[in-house]
Design a protein around this ligand. Structure first.
Ligand code: GLU
Length: 450
């Protein structure tokens, strides 16, 4: 295909949402696949609801996702050519001025412009859905301009698509019903018809139309929650598209190489936040260590400040590998920290004596196991404590002989004071010898004098 030209035509009446991103991604993949150009057209025809702030947000988020375009226009800045088109339609008797009562105020007369609708049957070939046929009779002579110098949306889209030499209109199926109107205007103006491709909209998990409640929230808010751009891009691209390789994790270049409109699904994909988290975890695990450390540290600092906890950089850095193992999205780290999930690394936990021995275990036996663990760990040097395997080997045979749960639960609980936490050897390496022995001692004391 030569000279492919597609458009990103968002209406800047709200922040960039998942639907906007999906429209842009599909157009981007198609254009890049065919060496084509992308035209960003801010369709600011709704004067009351359009805001520059929304347009800026759409531009910013699409760039953040890794998308780009070759040309940029605003519909409002092309009004002159829309007016010329209206005049030409009237001159050629393809449209006419009609004096009517204003819809807003019946006492006021307006001069709207109506297209002379030939009322024929229109069939267009949709690259995703096949032939689509409409009888346009019922559209009657529809209005194309509120006044000669105030053309309406459909006329503007048709004129702009023509002036911008758009070859492929790739948009959501909510625009299918607009297509016959737009084709009638195109034909009246003698323009060439672009190819159309209408993809199914994505749905909420409960199969409802995507709304703020079901996940169609602003891209910005996913970004603020700490989702990575590659994860969001990858997930949104695969929402309703299965690449021929069946791969789930794809770079932008791999997506471009695999992309074909015909592989888009014919029914609506479901937006699933858990799946998005899965993608994000994948990309988070691939983050280079230093950048992961940097972000994790700055989040920890923020929450420590918020909670008035003393900052300990060394310990904070020591728990980074553990954080990496536990989180899918950066917001998880905020949640963990705010809920005190890692507090035991920084201060002695408050132990609940009834929980030290573990479910169904005897407190006396637990105390014996703790004392024995302490004896086994005591000979290790502070240096040995930095190596998880060495710490583990010190108590492993004993634990295996006596029952791992019976030995390791009390050990882990004494160190963390939490019923769920990482394994005790990992925790021990972060806490260091002195703290570990101190905490075991404290737990033993508690068990003996409850
Ligand atoms: N501006 C329209 C929208 O945001 C898109 C129109 C089109 O794709 O033709 O939904």
């Amino acid at each position: 295909m030569s000279n492919v030209r597609v458009r990103f035509p968002p209406s800047p009446t709200g922040y960039c949402h998942v639907g906007t991103a999906r429209m842009a991604i599909l157009n981007f993949l198609f254009a890049k696949k065919h060496g084509g150009s992308i035209i960003f057209r801010s369709e600011d025809t709704d004067k009351e609801r359009s805001r520059r702030e929304y347009e800026d947000d759409i531009v910013e988020q699409l760039k953040w996702l890794g998308l780009s375009w070759d040309e940029f226009y605003r519909t409002s800045e092309c009004v002159e050519s829309h007016v010329q088109a209206v005049k030409r339609l009237i001159d050629e008797n393809k449209a006419y001025v009609s004096k009517e009562e204003s819809k807003k105020d019946a006492t006021v007369q307006v001069e709207v412009v109506r297209l002379r609708n030939p009322g024929k049957v229109i069939t267009f070939t949709d690259l995703i859905r096949g032939d689509i046929t409409f009888d346009t009779t019922e559209l009657a002579d529809f209005v194309v301009a509120r006044a000669i110098d105030d053309p309406l949306y459909h006329l503007a889209v048709v004129v702009d698509d023509n002036e911008m030499s758009i070859t492929h209109v790739i948009r959501g199926e909510d625009h299918i019903s607009n297509t016959p109107r737009q084709i009638l205007i195109q034909e009246a103006l003698g323009y060439e018809r672009p190819y159309y491709a209408h993809y199914p909209l994505h749905l909420g998990v409960d199969k409802s139309k995507l709304s703020k409640r079901t996940g169609d929230v602003a891209v910005k808010s996913y970004r603020e929650r700490g989702f990575l751009s590659q994860a969001l891009l990858n997930y949104i691209a695969l929402l309703g598209w299965t690449p021929p390789s069946d791969k789930e994790i794809l770079s932008l270049d791999e997506m471009i190489a695999e992309f074909e409109l015909r592989d888009l699904h014919k029914s609506g994909a479901v937006f699933d936040i858990e799946k998005l988290r899965w993608f994000n975890r994948h990309y988070l695990l691939k983050e280079p260590e230093d950048s992961f450390l940097h972000t994790a540290t700055s989040i920890m600092k923020t929450v420590f400040e918020e909670r008035n906890t003393a900052w300990d950089e060394k310990k904070a850095h020591a728990i980074v590998p553990l954080i990496r193992e536990r989180i899918s999205v950066w917001e998880d780290l905020y949640t963990f920290l705010r809920e005190g999930e890692f507090d035991y690394f920084f201060a002695a936990p408050i132990l609940d004596t009834t929980k030290i021995s573990g479910k169904g275990s005897d407190t006396k036996i637990a105390a014996t196991h703790l004392e024995r663990s302490q004896e086994l760990l005591a000979p290790l040097s502070a240096e040995d404590f930095k190596n998880m395997e060495v710490v583990k080997n010190a108590v492993w045979d004993y634990a295996t002989k006596e029952g791992r749960a019976a030995v390791l639960w009390p050990l882990r609980y004494s160190l963390t004071g939490r019923e769920r936490s990482p394994d005790p050897f990992l925790v021990a390496t972060v806490l260091g010898k002195e703290t570990v022995l101190e905490r075991i001692r404290e737990a033993c004391t508690r068990l003996k004098s409850p």
